[in-house]
Design a protein around this ligand. Structure first.
Ligand SMILES: *Cc1c(COP(=O)(O)O)cnc(C)c1O
Length: 473
């Protein structure tokens, strides 16, 4: 064990050095050819190597090439820095290395607490067993939509697990134009067919247009289809918009639809000062997908599916072969009965550590700080003269574009904003990504890092100007 103790000490130094010096490093840099070769084409060694050497490889070949999301000037996609508490306990979870499918040991027991805490943080009802941790929100969405599919079938007197979907009225899912791609993927995977996924248009603030949702449902019913689920967003990836959840809940109740909310990124935004009214109705959902590995900073991967009626997920997934019968199981059974995974990692420990370290107040401060940065950047954009705000700020995302001169319009303006993200990224001073909003190419900055400052926002705008000049604008 001496070898492990020594190497673990060096790994601990690497962790502390990485956190301690991150601001001095570029946010991101291209991987040089030699390291790329090492990363992609190395041979499996014939004889094993010492732990010390592995740590040295990780230092020199791996830690040097981060994605960038640990840096306070990383504003891309929706990827947070890891919480130090989460990083601290990851090796301890691996040390126990349980399968958290179920059973009487720390992992599944602690998962009960973590899921309850998550529900409590975002104000969602929590019946015992009302949720499980997943790899991310994509998997949580599959869990929730599978539960929705089976409930609709059982309501109509058939069993989707047993029969499959053929010969039945097509089940229709409603997603807004700003809904995440994981909703469509889940629908495809569950055999619903993407043709049965309706894209509901959004209003000027990128929120689902509820009037159109109603008329789409009526049309589908008239055509003999079976509307079964509406998936709203509590924080879209493009602009951070939160759909009118209360109104959508009414529509769902009137039409026997399962009400799902994708809160992967934005559910925790409900904790920002003054944000609660915007989230009214979130507690009415049949299921809520959220991602502790986004705003909370739990190390990847840690998603969560919360369910109003845990039995609905169990009805969709429970399949206990003889070799897994557990006489000691309580009435909730095993987590593996509520989702597709059998062997399940000990995700609860890093989520528990992160939430314990922050406390409710710390989570609130983190959410407020980052939401405030998004509003501040929006104000800077409005005051700038060469940037334009493209959407209202609701959570911690600012959607905007660069327009150095008013005569740049149309295709040229789109081309400029399409080219900017990669040019900014290559410079290493900040990291931003782009998207399309309606018909416009846009830049978006997402704030999740507790150490980002207002000075970093000024750097971001300066980097965008410099990058655009560099590529000839
Ligand atoms: C990240 C994200 C997802 C997908 O979740 P994963 O954790 O990446 O599987 C879905 N919806 C939104 C709004 C997201 O931000």
């Amino acid at each position: 064990m001496d070898e492990l103790r020594r190497a673990a000490g060096r790994a601990a130094d690497l962790i502390a050095d990485h956190f301690g010096h991150i601001r001095e490093e570029p946010v991101w840099r291209p991987v040089p050819a030699e390291d790329r070769l090492w990363l992609t084409a190395q041979r499996l060694p014939e004889t094993g190597r010492a732990l010390d050497e592995l740590v040295e490889d990780v230092r020199s070949r791996v830690m040097r090439h981060p994605m960038g999301n640990g840096h306070p000037r990383f504003f891309g996609w929706v990827n947070s820095p890891p919480s130090p508490a989460g990083v601290l306990v990851e090796p301890l979870a691996a040390t126990l290395n349980p399968s958290c499918a179920g059973g009487e040991h720390a992992g599944p027991l602690l998962e009960r607490t973590v899921v309850r805490w998550l529900a409590d943080l975002v104000g969602y009802p929590h019946p015992p067993g009302g949720g499980l941790l997943t790899s991310g929100a994509s998997m949580a969405t599959i869990v929730c939509l599978a539960a929705a599919r089976q409930r609709a079938a059982l309501q109509d007197g058939w069993d989707a697990r047993e029969e499959g979907l053929s010969g039945r009225p097509p089940l229709v899912l409603y997603v807004s134009a700003e809904g995440h791609s994981c909703l469509r993927k889940a629908a495809e995977l569950l055999g619903l067919g993407s043709r049965q996924v309706r894209t509901v248009p959004v209003d000027a603030a990128y929120r689902m247009d509820v009037g159109t949702l109603r008329s789409m449902i009526a049309e589908d019913v008239a055509a003999g289809l079976r509307p079964f689920c509406v998936a709203a967003s509590a924080g879209t990836v493009n602009t951070g918009a939160v759909d009118p959840l209360d109104e959508i809940a009414d529509v769902a109740a009137e039409n026997r639809l399962w009400f799902h909310i994708d809160g992967a990124y934005g559910a925790f935004g409900v904790l920002a000062d003054g944000a609660a009214p915007c989230y009214a109705g979130m507690d009415r959902a049949d299921s809520l997908a959220l991602d502790p590995h986004k705003w909370l900073g739990v190390p990847v991967g840690c998603g969560c599916a919360l369910l109003r009626d845990p039995a609905s997920a169990r009805a969709a997934f429970s399949l206990v072969p003889a070799y897994l019968h557990d006489e000691n199981a309580d009435e909730l059974g095993w987590f593996s009965e509520y989702g597709p995974e059998q062997t399940r990692p000990f995700r609860a420990l890093k989520a528990w550590a992160t939430m314990s370290h922050l406390g409710r107040q710390g989570v609130g401060r983190l959410v407020n700080h980052t939401a405030g940065l998004a509003r501040t950047l929006a104000a800077m954009v409005d005051d700038s003269g060469d940037f334009e705000l493209l959407a209202p700020v609701t959570t911690s995302i600012t959607a905007f574009r660069y327009r150095p001169a008013p005569e740049i319009t149309g295709d040229r303006l789109d081309a400029l904003n399409r080219a900017v993200p990669a040019a900014v990224q290559r410079r290493g001073g900040a990291f931003i990504t782009g998207t399309r909003l309606g018909t416009d190419d846009a830049l978006r900055a997402c704030f999740l890092h507790p150490a980002t400052t207002e000075d970093d926002l000024a750097v971001l705008l300066a980097e965008i100007r410099a990058a655009a000049r560099e590529i000839g604008w």
